[in-house]
Design a protein around this ligand. Sequence first.
Ligand SMILES: [Zn+2]
Ligand SMILES: [Zn+2]
Length: 292
Amino acid sequence: MSAEAADRLVLLGSKGGPALRPGGPWPSSSLLELGGRNIVVDCGLGVTRGLADAGISLKALDLIFITHLHSDHVLELGPLIHTAWTAGLATPVTVFGPPGTGRYWQRFCQAMEFDIEIRIVDEGRPDIRELVSIKEFGEGAILEEEGLTVTALRVDHPPVTECFALRFEHGGRSVVFSADTAFFPPLAGFANEADILVHEAMLEQGLERLVARTGNGARLREHLFASHSLAEDAGRIASDAGVRRLVLNHLIPADDPAIGEADWVTAVRKSWAGDLTIARYGLVVGLGSDNG
Ligand SMILES: [Zn+2]
Ligand SMILES: [Zn+2]
C-alpha cells in the first residue's frame, strides 16, 4: 500500500470542552496520516489512548500541532510525549503551537524532572528534552517539508487571541481544521476546496438545556455564542469553501442523552448538502478517491 493510499483522518475524541462525565465522549484530538507522516492535531485528555487504539506506535510520533492553549487541546501534550519516550521514542518530535507552548513544555519537564533524570541514568534513555523541538507559530506558512505544507489562520475565539485554524496539504490532498472559533467567514477562503474540513460545532437546542442546567447559565451562554460556531454556521463555511467533506467535531453539548447524531445532521443540513461526518471516538475518514 502506498503512503498516499493510506492517507486518513482518525478522530481521537469528539467533545468540546475539558470536562468528562460517566459514559460521555472525550475531548477532540485528531490523527492525520498524510504523505506518510503521523500528524497529531491537538492533545486533549485521552490523546495517548486514542493513538494506541488507532494502531499507531508511539515510537513513530513525529509532528504535533496545537491550535490553542485551552486545556481541552493541550492538557495531554506532555504526557503523550513522555509516554512515547517510555515506549522507546528515540527520534525527534516537533511540536508546533501558539506562543506559550514552549513555556508549557519546559515546565512540564520541570514537573517530571525526577522521573526524567532517573530514567536517563537507570534505563539509558536519550534526554527527552533534546528529542523535542517546540516551534511557536503565528498566522501564515508554518511548515514546508517533503511535500507537506502547513498554514495557519488566526480565528475568532475570544478571549483567546492566539487560536489558529490549520491547513495541511500533500500530494494534492488537503485537510483543514477550524480549531475553536465563532462563525468566521474568512475560514471559507482558507478551507477552499479542501478534501476535508473538520469544523467545531454547537447545537442550539442542546445549548438551551445546557444553560438551564448550569448555575451561571447566562454567562456560559454568552461565552459559548461569542466563541463557538453553531452547526449551521459550520455548514455555511463548508458550502462557501466548496469542500468535499465536512466533519463536525468538538461537539457542544456532547453528552446530552436527548441529543443524537440525527439532531446534528438536521441542523447542518440547513446549510450543507455535501458529504458529512459527525465525529465519534475512533472514527476513520479516508482520503482516498474511492471513499470521498
Ligand atoms: Zn475547545
Ligand atoms: Zn478553546
